[in-house]
Design a protein around this ligand. Structure first.
Ligand code: ACM
Length: 768
């Protein structure tokens, strides 16, 4: 298994051994990492001879409350993943696992030492944080496989993280997660040695944290009516609200749960934009004074808080309750995407800006952020905000979270401010991770695992004396497109493993082939703990080619991480470790049934969905197999109905909904059938809205048009109905006159169809 990666690892270490700068410990790590499968990789690791066998009789020793707590956590993780129940005691015994706090050892913050010999296991650290991370490493060594006997390989590890901020953000505003789901995520973070959970609790689409002084924030701001069919009862047509918030008691419970796992929670209250849920609850906080609803659209919305003294006091009162709930140092105040149209248009805001001496709207925002910082500093807290808080000038002690690339972070660090790097281009987990048709909804531009892994938080352009300002990195999980916790997990796992390694492991020890080789064991741990990791990076993709009207199809298999053990069946059965191994492209008679999976250590890494291949499927392109004509803003969007159950998913460029079948073979084709669906047009695009173009309609409801290339001749025009059929789709058929074996087909719908939009589901060519 995994020969290609094992070979690459050995080759890399062979090269390293000859180069003058190599450190002996690095070489040891590189050669052994696949076998030990630790994620994140430790700073220093030396493998020894032999192993320690853990059985149900193995004693676990811990003296003192802190060590006992960690020992029990280790026992619990082992119980959950290996069904083994060990007993913790304080009496010295032979052949034991020992956890000990040694306050006098010179250790880095969060650091630990782990020694495994055939006779003992000893985890030591200067405090409970380090000891916990030592326990996590030991748990990983005890979960290298799922065989009955647990043999922990003998090692000496001396470890400490590279960065102090190893974060994950969860947006609970756009979609809400239960307390148990949030806890499950925090638990999984701890097993990756992440230490900061940034909780995005307020946005235009929902206010999710109970504030006792302002009950309407959650009473009104905690619910929205989703757009389209998703917000209406199909029987009665009555509105079906989407609601959720965390009570203060629940928040305290989550904070406690996180603290037990050495995770600090950074709460975010977003100002002055992303404010619509708050303004819907208390219209006097808004600029226009109008009663508005909690937003049920995505994008950048223009509702801002006003800048009255009462509103500043409201925000301070909210922060006052928040800092009672969250004991961590940092409070996040947002600051992102606050389009200033409302402030510009309001005579009262302009007057207030003159009163406050703010020369423009940027300065006004800066004034607000500085005011909040003053409040937080007076309460012994620190302010962090998105990189827009640089505009108009940063408060004295603010920390910047750089999301629009790393430039904001670079600038802030150069100004002497602390920075957390979370660039959308590398660390936004709502971006798709592969181009598989099985990706759930999400944002465009794939950010595959390799790209996440390659991210380096310290910009090369940053001077050496400023580098300590980079506190670390954080991945962000925006949930517009994640209606379920399964989708949240899909977005996060396994990409968070890559983030964890960048945050923890010394840069010179990072190694992509080694990481890929260690990943199957990490997936095995995910499965043992019930973590629903993304299947798409591990699924087998097939490339099919066939002669027109031929009886055979050529099949080539691949997977996005280039694992070399792919196995398949042709009888519809689930492939197993002894199924036919893929050795190169092969031919099949039509019709065929193909199921394939990647294997490592006898385990399939992902499901193997059944693929039926026949004359019709070869002439069909589903939505995900088509290109976008111009690709200005491609989104992968979900249908708005049904209220319960599976919904269709479409790739669509909302600026130019036009799909392209590149190099279609039209030889012997008489007609073309298009299946189209319809979804809500539920976007706020602020200043980008005029870029959204609608092609003129020729008939009452517009038409489907098909062109030979996007600037080419019209091949077919079919009028659209007023609405789709009861199942939400419509099937349109047109004769087609073109010939040729390589014709780009562009397909689009004419007319301004807002508040809905037609989307292409699939296209099939019909032979003569
Ligand atoms: C952001 O993605 N608006 C911080």
């Amino acid at each position: 298994m995994l020969l290609r990666y094992r070979f690459a690892v050995l080759l890399a270490s062979g090269l390293c051994a000859c180069c003058a700068t190599a450190q002996p410990s690095d070489v040891a790590i590189t050669t052994q990492q696949a076998a030990l499968s630790l994620i994140p990789l430790p700073a220093k690791l030396v493998q020894q001879q032999g192993s320690f066998r853990i059985s149900s009789a193995t004693p676990v020793l811990a003296k003192g409350e802190a060590a006992e707590t960690v020992a029990h956590q280790f026992v619990d993780y082992l119980h959950r993943s290996r069904s083994l129940d060990l007993v913790v005691s304080a009496d010295p015994k032979p052949q034991a696992i020992e956890f000990a706090i040694k306050a006098d050892i010179a250790a880095s913050p969060e650091g630990y030492a782990l020694e495994v010999t055939p006779q003992l296991i000893r985890v030591t650290a200067a405090d409970s944080r380090g000891l916990f991370y030592g326990a996590v490493t030991l748990w990983q060594l005890a979960t290298l496989n799922d065989s009955k006997s647990i043999q922990v390989p003998a090692v000496r590890i001396q470890d400490a993280p590279r960065f102090g901020w190893r974060g994950l953000m969860l947006d609970s505003a756009r979609h809400f997660q239960s307390v148990d789901q949030v806890k499950a995520l925090i638990d999984a973070m701890a097993l990756h040695k992440l230490n900061t959970f940034h909780w995005h609790l307020t946005d235009d689409q929902g206010w999710r944290v109970e504030i006792k002084r302002y009950p309407k924030l959650t009473g009104t701001g905690g619910c929205r009516i989703p757009a389209g069919d998703g917000g209406r009862d199909p029987q009665t047509d009555a509105p079906v609200p989407y609601c959720g918030f965390y009570t203060q008691e629940q928040i305290r419970d989550v904070v406690r749960y996180a603290a037990e796992r050495h995770i600090t929670i950074v709460p975010e209250i977003d100002v002055p934009g992303h404010a619509q849920a708050a303004v819907a609850a208390y219209p006097e906080l808004g600029v226009t004074g109008k009663h508005i609803h909690v937003l049920n659209e995505w994008g950048v919305n223009t509702t801002l808080f006003n800048v009255e003294e009462n509103t500043f006091q409201f925000l301070e009162n909210v922060l006052a309750e928040l800092i009672e709930l969250f004991p961590g140092t940092y409070v996040h105040v947002g600051g992102d995407e606050a389009v200033k149209d409302q402030w510009k248009a309001s005579a009262r805001v302009q007057e207030r800006m003159r009163e406050l001496g703010a020369k423009d709207e940027m300065a006004m925002q800066s004034h607000l952020i500085k005011r909040l910082e003053k409040f937080l500093v007076a309460h012994h807290r620190r302010l962090i905000g998105w990189d827009e808080i640089l505009e108009g000038g940063l408060p004295a002690e603010a920390t910047v979270m750089s999301w629009r690339g790393i430039e904001g972070g670079l600038e802030a660090a150069n100004q002497g401010h602390d920075v957390v790097m979370s660039p959308s281009s590398e660390l936004y987990l709502d971006y798709l991770q592969t181009d598989s048709p099985n990706e759930p909804p999400g944002r465009p531009a794939t950010i595959p695992l390799k790209q996440v892994y390659a991210f380096e938080p310290i910009p090369a352009a940053l001077a050496a004396d400023k580098r300590a300002h980079i506190l670390g990195l954080q991945a962000n999980t925006w949930t517009e497109h994640m209606r379920s916790y399964a989708r949240v997990q899909h977005a996060i796992f396994p990409r968070i493993a890559a983030v964890a390694e960048t945050g923890w492991t010394p840069a010179q020890n990072k190694d992509w082939p080694g990481f890929v080789a260690r990943l199957p064991t990490q997936l095995q741990r995910y499965r043992a703990l019930g973590i629903g990791y993304a299947q798409t990076p591990f699924e087998v993709r097939s490339t099919l080619s066939a002669e027109r009207k031929g009886r055979m199809v050529q099949v080539a298999l691949s997977n996005s991480l280039d694992y070399d053990d792919m196995r398949y069946t042709l009888d519809g059965s689930v492939p197993g470790p002894t199924s036919t191994a893929y050795a190169g492209p092969f031919s099949l008679p039509l019709p065929a049934r193909l199921r394939a999976a990647v294997f490592a250590d006898g385990q399939a890494l992902a499901d193997a969905p059944l693929q039926r291949i026949d004359a019709t499927t070869l002439l069909t392109r589903t939505n995900a197999a088509l290109a976008m004509c111009t690709g200005a803003l491609m989104l992968r969007l979900e249908d708005d109905g049904p209220l319960q159950g599976e919904r269709a998913i479409f790739n669509v460029d909302i600026f130019n909904p036009c799909w392209e079948w590149k190099a279609a073979n039209l030889q012997d084709i008489a007609s073309i059938t298009v299946r189209a669906g319809r979804i809500p047009y539920y976007f706020q695009l602020a200043h980008d809205e005029p870029a959204r173009k609608f092609k003129p309609a020729k008939s009452a409801h517009g038409e489907l048009e098909i062109r030979a290339g996007c600037d080419g001749a019209v091949l077919a025009t079919v009028p659209l109905p007023a609405s789709p059929d009861a199942d939400g789709f419509v099937t349109l058929k047109a004769p087609i006159e073109a010939t040729g074996t390589s014709q780009d087909l562009c397909l689009y719908f004419t007319g301004d169809t807002r508040p809905t939009m037609w989307v292409l589901d699939q296209v099939t060519l019909q032979p003569r």
